[in-house]
Design a protein around this ligand. Sequence first.
Ligand code: SAM
Length: 324
Amino acid sequence: PKDDSDTADELPVKKSIGGGGVVVEHYNSRPEVGVIQRQDSPIIGLKNFNNWVKSVLISKFAHPALAASSVRSQRNKGRVLDLGCGKGGDITKWSKAKICDYVGADIAAVSVEQAQERWEFSRNASRIQASFASYDFCTQNLDEVFPSDVLAKPFDVVSSQFCIHYAFEKEETARRLLRNVTNWLRPGGRFIGTIPNAEQLLENLQKLPPDSQDLSFGNSIYNVRFESREHTGVFGHKYWFFLQDAVEDVPEYLVHWDDFVSLAAEYHLHPLYKEEFHDVFSEHRDHPEFGPLMVRMRVVDNNGETSMDEDQWDAASNVQFLPT
Ligand code: SAM
């Protein structure tokens, strides 16, 4: 990436997700704000950081799969499926990766429309072909919502950023997601994603006083509230998540890394790399490409000082990412 226009909107949508009877219209109802207004967000440092991490993820793990793609147009190469694309905040990143085709799907119809508008706005410059559909990766197969020509060629990369955890409500919903990934990914393709850090969340839960009825923790910008301390096994360990100016108390589900790896192996997905966001930061801050990108994306200033306050930095510790 050459500039700092990667100011994607991380905001999700509110409506029923899966069978849990939960609210997602929140994501749909959140207004799309322009780049300038977005800079006023009280968590702009954290949003920039998340976007920078996703850019690193794309450069390190998606680029090789795209470079090896057999699908090419005049100057561009490779096909990407973005599951849970939201308002299309990653389209700019994919356009910088010079892909040919982008297919975006999300359960929140309003967000999908906004993603499509974002693409239309940039299509002359980006030369990317794109298709969009509203789609529930927990209950639907991709070919139920996209015409066969959109799915005729397999994808080089499937990306699912900050949303895989919604599928971990039940075994069948998680399996549906993974089946969809594997069905449409070419052999040797890459699956990349970002999920909350279950270990860290459980560690925080365990730090609460044993007799406490209130199973919540957080700081001035985020709050996590568990309903139970009990382990529910691999699926359905629910908590409510609030993030200022982004997520209004939506239900999410823990994704335990080892369980995820075992389950994904059943779908021929094998881990290449997993890292916590803080470690991605420290590993790459002196990198010749990703260090300067951090400055351009306003994660740090010219003196290397982070634009996140302590609470935003703390909130970022709850996430990790996982190319497979
Ligand atoms: N991936 C985008 C990004 O990184 O900017 C959006 C992330 S947002 C935190 C989570 C997204 O997951 C929301 O847009 C939400 O609508 C979507 N989502 C949640 N459950 C979903 C489901 N079952 N099927 C498809 N999308 C879903």
